[in-house]
Design a protein around this ligand. Sequence first.
Ligand code: PMP
Length: 387
Amino acid sequence: MRESYISQRVAALKPSGIRRFFDIAATMKEVISLGIGEPDFDTPKPVIDAGVRALQNGATHYTSNAGILGLRKALSANLERLYGVSYDPVEEMIITVGGSEALYLSATALLDPGDEVIIPTPCFVSYQAEVFMAGGVPVEIPCHMEDNFNIDPVRIEAAVTPRTKAILLGFPNNPTGAVATRERLLEIARIAEKYDLIIITDEIYDRLVYAGHQHVCFPTLPGMRNRTILLGGFSKDYAMTGWRIGYACGPAHLLKGMLRIHQYTVMSAPTVAQEAGIVALEDRDEAVMMMVEEYDRRRKLIVPEFNRIGLPTFEPKGAFYAFPKVSVTGLDDETFANRLLQEEHVAMVPGNSFGAGGEGFCRASYATAYEKIEEALRRIERFVNRL
Ligand code: PMP
């Protein structure tokens, strides 16, 4: 027998820091988890009902590879309504198994071995892994709290090499809650044009933005539609993590490559979820707004409290994460999160899981009941005071 049958590429992948903490937390009693990035809300009832109805009406078969045309049309109309960007439902859209698969397809379709992808960090844990698994080289550029965790176009431009193929953006951001400003995004657009790069933009939290802030949909910037792959999903905006649907939109020549991989790997996204997705989009803004309002109430609790406790925390503009700077306690993020979990049974994710830009911070998801956040904060304060 060989020592290992696992490919070198996979063996070199780090396990996700989030899952590791979640697994430890699951073995403990009375743990409050601020660890997992998923809405605590159930999927809105009309959407669940649509799923049940669809099953009863025979939605138990494959759909076309790119997904139910009616869903693609509804999505296209929704993107037009929200941002004024339009995609041809036939040639320029694929319904995927969550935003996760859309990310996988983008990396796999674009990258040859050694191609570089510039990724502002901290960022969603899968970005580096997806690029790496596709044979590419992730090039991390840190964003800083002092700069509102905004993108740094100067450092990004300095990182471009002849091997750079794409820039991968994720705003509203997981784990910082930052929303990239139009001004900085225009700089990224200029860089993309100058060096002929593709922009992959993961906008899965696009609807979860707080009053006074605005999400800029990257392909709406001048000249960008035809060099952008727009990724999104239903998991966060519509509390549909378990249904596993998402999407990719972009110019036909790129989507064609992605569809080929999708065809050979998953065939089609879950049929029942696609049927329910149509209703989620029809339901328009009511459910989304209700959830944003509740996240906002929690945000107004958790951010000032972290700051009061002595953990400097950036005010998130979107998504549902707070990202306190824990290094001020003298502990690194890994030790802080480990000890907090062991001593006070509160789970937060160490910031280094999100790339080098996250070191010294921890991520607290406030997609958790208000009362639980209150109790978690009491425990965190006790812990910090003991240090
Ligand atoms: N992108 C970001 C930024 C995320 O936070 C997540 C989920 N945590 C995803 C993509 C993937 O979501 P899904 O596959 O459930 O659509």
